[in-house]
Design a protein around this ligand. Structure first.
Ligand code: NAD
Length: 261
């Protein structure tokens, strides 16, 4: 699958899933803007990717929940590469509490990063995609939690369900401009985001960390295995390289069978 001559903006790509998508896209010939709150980590990731000698990579400072920062970051990426063909809205965090104890400020922070961030980056990129008239692809990083619920994750589950609604609207509005919108829904992937949750959930649920992994995170999978960053990146490559509007408004679950529909 070839992304030669294309340019992508990937949010939250200084770490975890986003970083691997950036690597896989660059290896397919794509220029990648690594847009992240952590600019120094974004620059480091960009240097590692550029050193591979395929697509170019740059680090871009961006808080996806800040309207001005998103507009400025998207403009910087477009100035560097001459356009944007692919947006991967991936930046995310996790905060867990039972609903009745969830601090409102933390609820709002979760919704701002996951949903406002997806909207703001979509709006900024769509304008350029429409003007350039060369089509495009938008990918939202959902989760099995776009389809299912887990205790303690109210804003995460609400936001990840919301991304499916956003993708469906964008798929309808943008089709005339040959811009597609889809959601990837991974199961648990061992990244810093998940590594942080394991001891937190063990404390909250009063069980061991290995029980969190075995009996909470991977309990419903077909084989007791974590999904990998590369599993997710390969699906992101497939969606980005797909040639027509036949594949739009969809959500693709990559979860070792945790969720089947
Ligand atoms: P990660 O913690 O490894 O990486 C997240 C990145 O997002 C970090 O580089 C961080 O600096 C950046 N970020 C955080 N807030 C930001 C903001 N406001 N603006 C810009 N960047 C910001 O996490 P990950 O596991 O790779 O998660 C990436 C995405 O995948 C998230 O949306 C997450 O919900 C989703 N996801 C993860 C898993 C999993 O098991 N790891 C499963 C399903 C979905």
């Amino acid at each position: 699958m070839d992304l030669q001559g294309k340019s992508a903006i990937i949010t939250g790509a200084a770490s975890g899933i986003g970083k691997d998508i950036a690597l896989v896209y660059a290896a397919a010939g794509c220029n990648v803007a690594i847009a992240d709150l952590n600019k120094s980590a974004a620059d480091t990731a960009a240097s590692e990717i550029s050193a591979l000698g395929a697509g170019r990579a740059i680090g871009v400072a961006m808080d996806v929940s800040d309207e001005d920062a998103v507009e400025a970051g998207v403009s910087a990426a477009i100035d560097a590469f001459g356009g944007v063909d692919i947006l991967v809205s991936n930046a995310g965090i996790q905060i867990v509490h039972p609903v009745e104890q969830f601090p409102y400020a933390e609820w709002k922070k979760m919704i701002a990063i996951h949903l406002d961030g997806a909207f703001l980056t979509t709006r900024a990129c769509l304008k350029h995609m429409y003007t350039a008239g060369r089509g495009g692809c938008i990918i939202y990083m959902g989760s099995v939690h776009s389809k299912e619920a887990s205790k303690l994750k109210a804003p995460y589950v609400a936001a990840k369900h919301g991304l499916i609604g956003l993708a469906k609207v964008v798929a309808k509005e943008a089709a005339a401009h040959r811009v597609r919108a889809n959601v990837i829904c991974p199961g648990f992937v061992r990244t810093p985001l998940v590594d942080k949750q394991i001891p937190e959930q063990a404390r909250t649920l009063g069980i061991s960390e290995s029980d969190v992994i075995r009996n909470v995170m991977l309990k419903e999978t077909v084989d007791g295995e974590f999904t990998t960053v590369d599993d997710v990146a390969q699906v992101a490559l497939f969606l980005a390289a797909f040639p027509s509007n036949a594949l739009t408004g969809q959500s693709v679950i990559v979860s070792h069978g945790w969720c089947m529909e």
